[in-house]
Design a protein around this ligand. Structure first.
Ligand code: AMP
Ligand code: ZN
Ligand code: FE
Ligand code: FE
Length: 281
């Protein structure tokens, strides 16, 4: 089974990369992509945890924002991990997430809820990308909410008065960076409408022109109708169709390999990278 979208505690997942590899192997996953938010910091640990029977696809989920403020997540897979432009862009995003968190906290404080940056940072593993799920964890500790899901539903969603965006590249820029680093670009959960606004078909056209390689079709956040529309779009534009879990450990309900990518789609996708960077034991 091939699962091309998972998170570790180098971003907002709760498993270490080694735990992730072990659980994936136990779940029957043969190929797993580690795609932490705006970071490849967990790839070394995941590589060191590899065992016979499972291969690792190096990757990252790049936060992006369109001109009109719509949040887009772009999976970059199989790129050169040393590529300085891509690394610098991810570093800039990660740094900006701290100032953004400070501003979200200020807004929450103004509403009379006592929470501080140090409370949030206490929930973050060393070297991990900071995100709203860490704030959610801090709010759980304070007894303000009882789960990450409740935190997002009640307070932290994209339309909330507490919401603040952070720097991130435009989706077409992220595609260009991933491609220049020799990798492949797959747009993650493009129709996940309950998270906030999603991109139009016109914007999709721009991304295809920029070199988009694939669309994540099979994902928990897509309805059957949304999948049907995405399959049509992929077929019309010769794009690869993937499926993946977007596993976050205990941080979300998503189970490893709950959606997967077929062997032929995976072969088509990996052949679009400029080198075979799948990591084996
Ligand atoms: P951020 O990266 O700070 O913008 O936070 C977005 C992250 O929060 C996404 O990557 C999701 O994995 C996570 N997230 C969004 N909604 C929920 C939810 N309802 N429960 C748990 N995690 C969520
Ligand atoms: Zn996440
Ligand atoms: Fe995402
Ligand atoms: Fe994700």
């Amino acid at each position: 089974m091939i699962d091309l979208h998972t998170h570790s505690n180098y971003s907002d997942g709760t498993d270490s990369p080694a735990q992730l590899i072990n659980k994936a192997l136990a779940a029957g996953v043969t190929t797993i992509a580690l795609t932490d938010h705006d970071s490849v910091a967990g790839i070394t640990e995941a590589t060191n945890a590899l065992r016979p029977g499972i291969s690792l696809v190096p990757g990252a989920e790049i936060s992006c924002q369109t001109e009109d403020g719509i949040s887009v997540h772009m999976l970059g897979l199989l790129f050169d991990l040393e590529n300085s432009e891509l690394i610098q862009t991810m570093a800039k995003t990660r740094e900006n997430r701290h100032g953004r968190m400070q501003r979200i906290i200020e807004r929450i404080n103004e509403a009379g809820i006592d929470i501080s940056m140090s409370d949030v940072l206490a929930e973050l593993s060393d070297g991990a990308t900071l995100g709203r799920p860490h704030l959610a964890d801090a709010l759980i500790k304070k007894g303000v909410v009882s789960s990450r899901d409740e935190a997002f539903t009640e307070m932290l969603h994209n339309k909330s008065k507490f919401y603040v965006a952070h720097y991130s590249p435009k989706p077409a820029e992220a595609i260009a960076l991933i491609k220049a680093a020799g990798g492949v670009a797959v747009i993650a959960h493009p129709m996940a409408s309950h998270r906030g606004r999603t991109i139009s078909y016109e914007t999709f056209g721009d991304l295809i022109s920029a070199g988009l390689d694939g669309i994540e079709v099979d994902h928990r956040d897509h309805s059957p109708d949304e999948k049907t529309a995405l399959i049509k779009l992929a077929r019309e534009n010769n794009l690869v169709m993937t499926g993946a879990s977007d596993y976050h450990g205990n941080g979300k309900l998503n189970l490893l390999a709950e959606y997967t990518t077929s062997n032929d789609q995976w072969d088509a996708l990996r052949s679009r990278a400029n080198a075979d960077r799948v990591i084996n034991l």
